[in-house]
Design a protein around this ligand. Structure first.
Ligand SMILES: Nc1ncnc2c1ncn2[C@@H]1O[C@H](COP(=O)(O)OP(=O)(O)OP(=O)(O)O)[C@@H](O)[C@H]1O
Length: 528
């Protein structure tokens, strides 16, 4: 028989396995499986998240933190836990059942290209209210994404999954920043990736901006890229935005709100409280609207989940086949790129050996003498934009000379004066039609990152004007603050010019080779 709690009092949910009847699986994540279930004494449908901490390598601290945090939560827009308990090596977390499932699930099932703007505004306003509460209470959520925005049967929206959340104010000393590296790369703020100065609740605002793009397009920027590439693109490229041709349907207030969140310098991002005042949210409607607009006619959550699993399995099988072809193609492009630039590996090694010791460090040279750049080529190529045929990049995690993010790129001069002339010719031949059209995240139909017209022009300009004798070029986030971080004065001037032209965060020299080689191929009439 159901027991009733007094007004204002929280019901005490039973903490015995026998008190729950588990039904179908309705979700799974990195560490858990979630079931629809019935709490027998209350005759209430709930969700039970089961985490096997033995299988998950026993991050018991993380898991209990998640459970404790969830039980203490008290806000209509944040999913709380009714209770949690340990059964063998499983932790059971009992939560309210969110019958609509996550926004990611809803999009995958019915709106693969994303939601309409007023649906997004309504959902995001609720999420922001939840974030405002969490930040006020000293939490960083650290995993804001569509997969963690849950909708109940009435269209009410809650931010879920504290799998990686932690107290911002540690045991009384109110330490505001943390130095751990957790989260999901696509939504991860640059400062979290850098792990240099720690991060604070503003990391959630970046993830919130990425989530807004995810809801607008049906997927997060760079979502088809491997994690390492996502890291590089987030750190090196301009922040993603809602500015491509396909985004014309969205209002300028939406674009502006996203641009405010996706600023690389966290101190310049607004708080959740301030964001809520943005005019974009004026179009937000009620939960009934969400229910009518996106939940009506949806199959049951369990059925949707099973259908998605089948679809996912098919995609994985297809991808396995494609990956074989892709690896071969990539290898061919790599070889072609090398020959286009007439690379001489031994000569490059010899050049590197001539560079004084202090310079070597900045070049990211390892004990074998800049070999990292040469022998990591395959891996790097996989992580570079489509067609990047040569990698003249050394990563230096220990370069203390540069005031950057710890990733240093060295552009070693592959260009003879003849090659530069060829490049110049190529640029004058390359018409705008040769360029890919600007896309919001630069991902082409094959899932490769492709440069836009303006990027090509910029990088060609960069390749031509860059002093190839210059060995150190920082790729640090010269985002909207445009702080120059080049050590050498000449490079600094070059950098400043570049920043004036493109002040929103691109210092990406990665692609010089990509574009230069593309141009070279075009000039030489080689099929690219
Ligand atoms: N209370 C709930 N009601 C309905 N569905 C839920 C509920 N909690 C979670 N889910 C579904 O289960 C999925 C996985 O849950 P959750 O994100 O908590 O697991 P996780 O292992 O922590 O995931 P992550 O990969 O984000 O770390 C969610 O994306 C959502 O679709």
């Amino acid at each position: 028989m159901a027991t009733k709690a007094k007004a204002g009092e929280r019901r005490k949910y039973p903490i015995r396995k026998e008190d729950y009847e588990l039904f179908e699986v309705i979700g799974d994540g990195a560490s858990a499986v979630v079931h629809r279930a019935r709490c027998i004494p209350f005759d209430e449908i709930v969700a039970v998240k089961i985490l096997d901490f033995e299988k998950n390598n026993a991050d018991l601290a993380k898991i209990s933190r998640e459970a404790q945090t969830m039980v203490l939560i008290d806000h209509p827009n944040v999913l709380n836990a009714h209770c949690s308990f340990v059964i063998d090596h499983d932790l059971w977390v009992v939560m309210p059942y969110m019958a609509g499932g996550s926004c990611l699930h809803i999009m995958k099932s019915v709106y693969p290209k994303g939601f309409e703007e007023n649906v997004i505004a309504t959902v995001l306003k609720e999420v922001l209210k939840g974030l405002e509460y969490l930040h006020r209470e000293g939490h960083i959520h650290r995993d804001v994404k569509a997969g963690n925005i849950l909708v109940d049967a009435r269209g009410k929206v809650k931010l879920g999954d504290f799998g990686v959340s932690a107290y911002l104010f540690d045991s009384g000393d109110r330490q505001r920043t943390r130095n751990t590296f957790v989260g999901t790369p696509c939504w991860m703020a640059p400062e979290v990736m850098e792990q240099r100065y720690g991060y604070d609740f503003k990391a959630d605002i970046w993830s919130f901006g990425i989530t807004a793009l995810e809801l607008a397009h049906g997927h997060a920027p760079f979502s088809s890229q491997p994690p390492m590439k996502v890291l590089l693109m987030t750190l090196n490229n301009a922040p993603p935005s809602l500015e491509s041709r396909r985004d014309k349907k969205f209002s300028s207030s939406f674009k502006h709100m996203i641009a405010m969140c996706l600023v690389k310098d966290p101190s310049r991002r607004p708080t959740a409280h301030k964001l809520l005042k943005q005019s974009f949210f004026k179009q937000a409607r009620s939960h009934d609207y969400i229910s009518r607009k996106i939940l009506d006619g949806l199959p049951d959550l369990g059925d949707r989940y099973s259908a998605l699993k089948v679809k996912e399995a098919e995609l994985i099988a297809q991808k396995k086949m494609l990956d074989g072809e892709k690896a071969e193609m990539s290898q061919n492009e790599y070889k072609r790129g090398i020959s286009a630039w007439n690379f001489d590996v031994d000569e490059l090694k010899a050049q590197a050996a001539l560079i004084p010791e202090t310079e070597d460090a900045a070049l990211g040279k390892d004990s074998e003498g800049c070999t990292r750049s040469l022998f990591e080529l395959d891996t790097l190529h996989e992580n570079m934009p489509h067609g990047a045929p040569f990698a003249t990049i050394c990563f230096s995690e220990n370069d203390t000379n540069l005031e950057n993010n710890g990733i240093t790129q060295s552009i070693t001069d592959p260009a003879s004066s003849g090659q530069l002339a060829e490049l110049r010719r190529a640029r004058s031949n390359a018409s705008d039609n040769d360029c890919k059209t600007d896309t919001q995240d630069g991902i082409d139909a094959k899932g490769y990152s492709s440069p836009s017209c303006s990027e090509i022009e910029k990088y060609l300009e960069d390749a031509l004007s860059h002093s190839f004798g210059e060995h150190k070029v920082s790729t640090s986030s010269c985002s909207s603050d445009c702080s120059p971080s080049l050590k050498h004065e000449r490079a600094k001037q070059h950098h400043q010019v570049q920043n004036t032209e493109n002040c929103n965060g691109v210092c990406d020299h990665n692609r010089v080779g990509d574009l230069a080689s593309e141009a070279t191929c075009k000039a030489s009439n080689i099929k690219w």
